[in-house]
Ligand binder design. Structure first.
Ligand code: FAD
Length: 278
């Protein structure tokens, strides 16, 4: 009997009419897996602020739980407060709270230097109204000064009021297990949900991995490269690899799985069908 596991799915806010229709279709397809929520990313420096809100409201209208991401970098306290007010007016009670990546050419880093400051601000302004998720990094954040300070900085977000966390993607399950051990030692006891990245193509994956400091193991990179332009075979192999990763994580009793959808349903559906059939 397969273990019951819950899912959440992350979207970026589409801007074109085709993109909007495609995202909506994707959500309809993924709704077969009864997701806990659909989350919507927030462009660097608030560049998609309005689109994030629009997408979140659309998801709500479709009858699903919608969770906006919100990032502090380049934002003022007044801007964040306005956004929090809007979300409260729309009865949104769940946020993914991040520092954000510094946008190219940004003049000001705003009033929030790190995510823990934004979590504290949200708690100060809205008490326990929001369920707050934060980011976690089993392979450490690319700016980590040391493993110890990275864990301490993660703990600071929990102490500031985070309820749960979603990890950066990884392909090495051991990194997650070791990170969980370190969290246990540091008295961090919030649920930490693995973020899962499906494999669509090698160039895109390598770009994401290099930007966020996630490792593509050598065996995986060489195998993916061997498919050249044969995308269907590369994706089939990717589905097998990611399904196995998910099965390992589920075997370890993870609280849930969060998929980075890139607004596409097909490959994720195959992965979930695989893990639900074992
Ligand atoms: P922090 O927790 O602030 O950590 C960033 C770095 O600073 C770490 O190295 C940490 O150790 C260090 N640090 C933390 N506090 C201190 C301190 N007080 N002093 C010194 N160093 C400190 N980005 C977006 O722009 N939009 C999104 O929608 C988005 N969604 C994401 C969703 C998930 C699940 C994840 C994991 C990431 C997401 N990101 C998003 C990317 C994220 O913004 C970047 O990874 C960013 O570089 C760090 O964000 P953070 O919230 O983890 O930052």
């Amino acid at each position: 009997m397969p273990k019951k596991i819950s899912y959440s799915f992350e979207f970026f806010p589409p801007s074109s009419p085709e993109g909007i229709k495609n995202s909506k279709d994707t959500r309809q397809q993924l709704s077969a897996f009864k997701p806990e929520f659909y989350s919507v990313t927030f462009g660097a420096g608030g560049s998609t602020r309005d689109l994030t809100l629009e997408t979140v409201l659309e998801i709500k209208q479709e009858g699903f739980n919608a969770v906006p991401h919100i990032s502090g970098i380049s934002s003022t306290k007044a801007e964040i407060k306005t956004l929090l007010d809007l979300y409260q007016q729309h009865n949104i009670k769940h946020l993914v709270v991040l520092r954000g990546d510094v946008p190219h050419g940004a003049v000001s880093r705003g009033e929030f230097k790190h995510a823990n400051e934004l979590v504290s601000f949200i708690r100060q302004e809205t008490n326990d109204y929001f369920h707050i998720e934060v980011g976690a990094y089993p392979e450490y954040h690319p700016e980590a000064v040391s493993s110890q300070t990275d864990i301490q900085n993660f703990k600071n977000k929990v102490d500031a009021g985070a309820n749960s966390a979603i990890t950066q993607f990884f392909f090495n399950a051991d990194a997650y297990f070791r990170f969980m051990d370190e969290c246990l030692i540091a008295d961090i006891d919030i649920p930490i949900v693995p973020g899962v990245m499906p494999i669509y193509n090698i160039k895109q994956l390598a770009r994401f991995a290099s930007n966020c400091g996630a490792e593509i193991p050598r065996w995986l990179r060489i195998k993916l490269e061997s498919y050249g332009d044969d995308l269907p075979s590369l994706r089939s192999y990717g589905v097998d690899v990611v399904s196995e990763l998910c099965e390992t994580l589920i075997g370890w009793d993870v609280p849930s799985l969060h998929f980075y959808t890139l607004n596409q349903a097909g490959i994720i559906s195959r992965i979930i069908q695989n893990i639900e059939s074992t």
